[in-house]
Ligand binder design. Sequence first.
Ligand code: FAD
Length: 381
Amino acid sequence: MNSPEPADAGISIIGAGPGGLTCARILQQRGIAVTVYDRDPGPDSRDQGGTLDLHADNGQVALREAGLLDEFFALARPEGQEMRQIDPTGTITAHQVPAADELFKPEIDRGQLRNLLLDSVQPGTVRWGHSLDVISGPADGPRRLHFADGTSIETDLVIGADGAFSRVRPAVSPAVPEYTGVSFLEAWFFDVENGHAEIAELVGSGSAHAADGERGLFAQRNSGDHIRVYIIQRVPVDWISAGGLTAEDTDGIRAVLCDEYAHWSPRMRQMITENDGPYIHRPILALPVPHTWDHNATVTLLGDAAHLMPPLGVGVNLAMLDASELALALANAATVDDAIRTYEKTMLPRSTETAKALEHGAEHLLSADVPGFGGDNDAQP
Ligand SMILES: Cc1cc2nc3c(=O)[nH]c(=O)nc-3n(C[C@H](O)[C@H](O)[C@H](O)COP(=O)(O)OP(=O)(O)OC[C@H]3O[C@@H](n4cnc5c(N)ncnc54)[C@H](O)[C@@H]3O)c2cc1C
C-alpha cells in the first residue's frame, strides 16, 4: 500500500499524557486531523502526579511550537527551581537559589500541564475509556486498533504515546521495561505551612534531596501548599508483599520505614512517616538501552513508550520534544512514511544517548552526592 499524505491519513494517538496531547495539539494547529484514545474513563479519573520541570531546550521548545508558552509561564513556578541537598541530620549541605529572572526549568504541577494541553485540543479529540489491547493488520497498513471493550477501529498511522507499559510497543519491538532495583514510595503532605511547618521549612520553595548511600528521599514543593516526598530505597521489587504487607497497609509500611530510617534525625523522619494518607508504591523501571526498532510506516512511538528511563528530570521533556518533532515532520512531509523516517532519524539517536547517560541513574538518587546538582545535567525526579 502507498503511504498516504499526512493530511489525508487517519492518525490515531494512543495516550492522552503530555506526549500524546502535545502531538495532537501541534497536528491540529497545522490542519491535520487526529484522534487520541486514552484508557482513563475521564480527564479527572486519577491523580495526575507531582510537579514537573519543563526545560528551555526541550519541554519549552514543544510548548512554543504548540503556541502555549505564555500560558505555561502564567502557571509555572520559577521559584520551584530552588534546590537543596540535606544530610540525614537535617543540615543543608548545598543550596541553589535561582536568580529572579531564571526561567531555564520552572516547575508546573502535572495536573496543570495536562489541563493546559487538554483545553488546547479541539473538543472531542480525546476518546476516554478506550484501553488499547492489541494492534492487528499488515505492516504497510491499514492497521486495526482493538480496545478492551471489544470495539475496534481502522487507522493509517498509530502513534504510541501510551507510556511505560505501552500496548503499541509490541507492534514494533519485543522490549519490556525492567526493574532498576530502586523503588519510590510517594508520600503526600497537605496544608504544609500550617500542618507541616518544619517540613515546609526544610524543603523551601523547590526541591530537597537527602541520602545516605543506601536510602534517600526527594521532596518537592507543588502548588497549593502541597509537598510530595519520594522515599527512595534499594529493595526487591516485591518488598512490600515479601514483608507480609500490602500497599494499603500504611501503618505496617510506616513501621518498616521507621526501622530503615532509624538513624536519620526525627526532623528528617517526619518526611517519611507523617504523611497525609497512604503511600503510593512506584517501582522504578526502565527499557533496555539502547531501545530501537526497524522502521515501520504505520506505527511509531514517543515518550516513555519509546524510551522509558529512570525519573531523573528528563522524561516529560523528551516526550514533549518527541511529540513536537513528530507532529512537525507530519506537517512538512509528502507522505506519512517520509515523516516517520524523518522523526525517528533524530529521536532514536537522541533518546539512546540520553538513556545511556541515565542507565544507572536511579542508583544516583541513593548517593549523598547527586551528580548534576548545580550543573546542567539535571539529576532529579
Ligand atoms: C515518580 C516520578 C517522577 C517523575 N518526575 C519527572 C520530572 O520531574 N520531570 C520529568 O521530565 N519527568 C518526570 N518523570 C517522568 C515522566 O512522568 C514521564 O517521562 C512522562 O510522563 C512521559 O510522558 P508520556 O506522555 O510519554 O506518557 P505518560 O505520561 O505515561 O502518559 C501515557 C498515557 O497513556 C494512557 N495509556 C496507557 N496505556 C494505555 C492503553 N493501553 N490504552 C490507552 N491509553 C493508555 C495513560 O492513561 C496516560 O494518559 C517522573 C516519573 C515518575 C515515575
